[in-house]
Design a protein around this ligand. Structure first.
Ligand code: FMN
Ligand code: SF4
Ligand code: SF4
Length: 273
């Protein structure tokens, strides 16, 4: 069975599928229907472009995976100006209500995040979502424990000021690591895929934006990323699969405060050449 199945009733031999295939594996001999020869099948990255760009619904891919649970083509009509404002109004949220995020809302968010791009369409990002707030507290405690260890071994660490500040605040009952957030999402990636770190960053960027659309606020956690990458007790707590390392993390929850506008930023540094 080939990775593509072409309906002879519907295919007009327009050649669009041949042109859109990023792996250049679809061929169409003169007058014949498109096909992927057996020797080329391994190069298919399962991107599905041949199927979704076919103007006549004549081609179906034949590999594992499933379509979005909900796909509303009308959502594609979003106005650029509206979308731009939505993006610009994204803010890092660090004050959260106590009320947890509804797991059903999270399911919907993750169902969209599932479609974030990954290099060569590998789709190897593994998510760890901590819904249990007590566990979030444990992660904060472990991150502080790691910082204390780093400070005792490398007092000149480049982030010494930040770590010492977080340790001091923690001693006074203030959690600057996870900001008393109710939940965390980690993206873990395989250690043997050099592109996967970027995949994780893209996936969490999607998470942040999609979550915002559902009224859920989030914030990137650089210090927790460092701690999780280096401190085994955190990785154990997160059940990181073998061959994976935790990458970035976001805290998230229902925002306590609402920002009214968009803050100032530097002018764009760009050269069009
Ligand atoms: C980090 C990263 C690197 C990528 N590099 C390339 C590339 O060098 N050439 C290319 O044609 N596509 C590249 N892509 C696009 C992916 O192949 C594409 O996102 C994936 O096949 C899924 O298709 P989609 O974006 O249409 O969902 C890259 C994507 C990511 C996230
Ligand atoms: S894009 Fe669709 S109609 Fe056109 S050649 Fe490919 S399968 Fe046939
Ligand atoms: S799924 Fe992507 S890579 Fe595979 S045949 Fe279709 S267009 Fe080409």
């Amino acid at each position: 069975m080939s990775v593509i199945a072409v309906s002879r009733d519907d295919c007009t031999k327009c050649g669009v599928c041949v042109n859109v295939c990023p792996a250049f594996i679809i061929s169409m001999e003169k007058g014949d229907y498109p096909l992927v020869t057996e020797d080329k099948e391994k190069r298919c990255m399962r991107c599905g472009h041949c199927e979704v760009f076919c103007p006549f619904d004549a081609l179906k891919v034949d590999f594992k995976g499933d379509y979005p649970a909900n796909f509303n083509p009308r959502a594609l009509d979003i106005k650029p100006d509206q979308f731009g404002k939505f993006m610009q109004s994204r803010r890092s949220i660090r004050q959260f209500r106590k009320k947890p995020v509804d797991p059903r809302v999270l399911d919907d968010v993750m169902e969209t995040v599932r479609f974030a791009p990954t290099a060569a369409n590998r789709q190897k990002v593994h998510y760890i979502v901590i819904m249990d707030t007590e566990k979030v507290r444990r992660i904060s405690a472990l991150a502080i424990e790691w910082m204390q260890k780093v400070m005792s071994e490398q007092p000149d660490h480049p982030y010494a000021d930040i770590f010492n500040g977080m340790i001091e605040a923690y001693d006074q009952g203030i959690d600057l690591v996870c900001r008393n957030a109710p939940h965390i999402i980690f993206a873990a990636v395989p250690t043997n895929n050099p592109f996967a770190v970027t995949d994780a960053a893209i996936a969490l960027t999607w998470f942040e934006l999609v979550a915002k659309a559902y009224g859920v606020g989030s914030c990137w956690l650089g210090t927790l990323k460092l701690a999780a990458e280096e401190y085994l007790p955190i990785q154990e707590e997160l059940h990181i699969p073998k061959g994976y390392l935790p990458n970035y993390a976001l805290i998230f929850g229902l925002p306590k405060l609402r920002s009214k506008g968009v803050p100032k930023r530097d002018p764009l540094s760009v050269e069009y050449i």
